[in-house]
Ligand binder design. Structure first.
Ligand SMILES: Cc1cc2nc3c(=O)[nH]c(=O)nc-3n(C[C@H](O)[C@H](O)[C@H](O)COP(=O)(O)OP(=O)(O)OC[C@H]3O[C@@H](n4cnc5c(N)ncnc54)[C@H](O)[C@@H]3O)c2cc1C
Length: 402
């Protein structure tokens, strides 16, 4: 964590963050290059994260989790993303699934899944996007229909599912009423179970296929996949919140989860920008041109100044959004602002660090090359910058109606 930023954190938060910071320095940063180059799932690192209890970070203690608030979780994600954003990707969708269960799940669902999720024995994915639909969530086509056996048959194709192969649970948004107007009133969130790391599910999970992972420019190690539901049978009790409470309520549930998800992506932007600043500060004091370290050229110092200033602003907005959510204050506007400023800052600070590295920034021998491929994802996931501006604009007008 940057020493010179004004920190309003509690002693408990400080202890957790110091632990995660050390873990990142010792286990993630030295190994990220290996897993990135091979696009290999970082199994060893994930096992250690399970031991540290990170998969249960926000899961209540009664279900075996740490029961942390969003503000503390946000600090953890900053740290993990300083190491490698793919690592935060492994727990991001899991965190959203746990949030959905904790907030909207019924007692049976919580008892059944949260203890295993807290240990990381079961990992979760969440799936809205489809090949033809991302931003316009109400346009999804995947549907579920109740059969005579009382189960819902799910058919359709999902896209860009982070942890799509290794997860055991997918929080899946589908259409349950095609005639609903507006469309969001006919959408339901199902908790679909699957075999982790299995492409072709069989037995009780038959009808769910996971095609080979999508090849990406960055964000390696954590898999992004399609999911093909073709006659997959899901029991009615796996509707989030139960059939009575949850049928046709999925859109609102998912949008609520996306709000905390946006704070989480903002934290990733802060984390990757923090790492880029650290690398730039180091390199610019080592590299000499025209007889002095490049950090002594005013143009480079100004770049460093802008990087640190933007980072600090993004960090403060992100932490404010998390604190507001914890305090139960409406924070949709702030979460959108945090996601927008922190993801754009992540990309800009990484690009400045890349420029400061000159030609070496283009070499795979320097960490910044990976950050440069990783950072753009944050502009897209959990709603693009254009979508954030739409959210911010709409909420601003709602709050300031004349
Ligand atoms: C690596 C990766 C991991 C992902 N993980 C997940 C996941 O786990 N689960 C999941 O459900 N999804 C996931 N996504 C999908 C992601 O949420 C979508 O890609 C994103 O929401 C954008 O949707 P799209 O790609 O369909 O773009 P589109 O919606 O087609 O948008 C294309 C462009 O048009 C712009 N645009 C769209 N509508 C408007 C408008 N009304 N006004 C102005 N501009 C507009 C967009 O901002 C964008 O620039 C992931 C994506 C990636 C790349």
């Amino acid at each position: 964590m940057s020493e010179n930023s004004y920190q309003e954190i509690t002693d408990d938060q400080k202890a957790i963050i110091e632990m995660v910071h050390q873990f990142v320095d010792e286990q993630i940063i030295p190994n990220a290059e290996h897993f990135d180059a091979k696009d290999e799932f970082p199994e060893d690192i994930v096992e250690q994260m399970k031991e540290l209890g990170l998969f249960g970070a926000m899961i209540p203690e009664e279900y075996g989790g740490m029961g942390l608030d969003l503000s503390t979780y946000e600090l953890i994600v900053e740290e993990l993303s300083r190491g490698w954003i793919s690592i935060s990707g492994v727990i991001n969708t899991h965190f959203i699934g746990a949030y959905l269960l904790d907030k909207f799940g019924n007692d049976e669902q919580k008892q059944k899944y949260l203890p295993k999720m807290a240990t990381g024995e079961m990992r979760a994915a969440f799936s809205l996007s489809e090949p033809e639909v991302g931003s316009d969530v109400q346009g999804i086509k995947t549907g579920a229909k109740k059969g005579d056996d009382g189960k819902y048959e799910i058919n359709g194709q999902k896209m860009w599912v982070t942890n799509g192969l290794g997860s055991s649970l997918v929080f899946l948004l589908v259409k349950t009423d095609n005639d609903a107007s507006p469309a969001y009133k006919g959408m339901t969130c199902f908790i679909t179970e699957k075999e982790p790391w299995v492409g072709e599910n069989t037995g009780e999970y038959a009808g769910l296929t996971v095609p080979p992972k999508i090849k990406k420019m960055g964000y390696k190690g954590v898999e992004s996949t399609e999911l093909v539901y073709d006659g997959y049978k899901c029991p009615a009790e796996n509707i989030l919140g139960g059939e009575e409470a949850g049928l046709d309520k999925g859109f609102g549930q998912m949008m609520d989860a996306l709000e905390v998800g946006r704070v989480n992506v903002a934290a990733r932007g802060v984390g990757i920008a923090q790492r880029a600043l650290e690398l730039a500060l180091k390199y610019s004091q080592e590299r000499k041109t025209f007889g002095k370290p490049i950090a002594q050229h005013q143009a480079i110092q100004f770049k460093l100044a802008d990087m640190a200033t933007k980072l600090e602003a993004a960090r403060l907005v992100t932490r404010k959004a998390a604190r507001m959510k914890d305090a139960g204050i409406r924070s949709d506007l702030e979460a959108g602002m945090a996601k927008l400023i922190a993801s754009e800052t992540g990309k800009e600070v990484v690009e400045d660090c890349f420029r400061i590295h000159g030609g070496y920034g283009y070499s795979k021998e320097y960490e910044i090359e990976r950050l440069y491929r990783d950072a753009p994802l944050l502009l897209i996931g959990e709603g693009t910058s254009e979508i954030q501006r739409m959210v911010i604009g709409k909420k601003l007008l709602e709050r300031n109606k004349i």
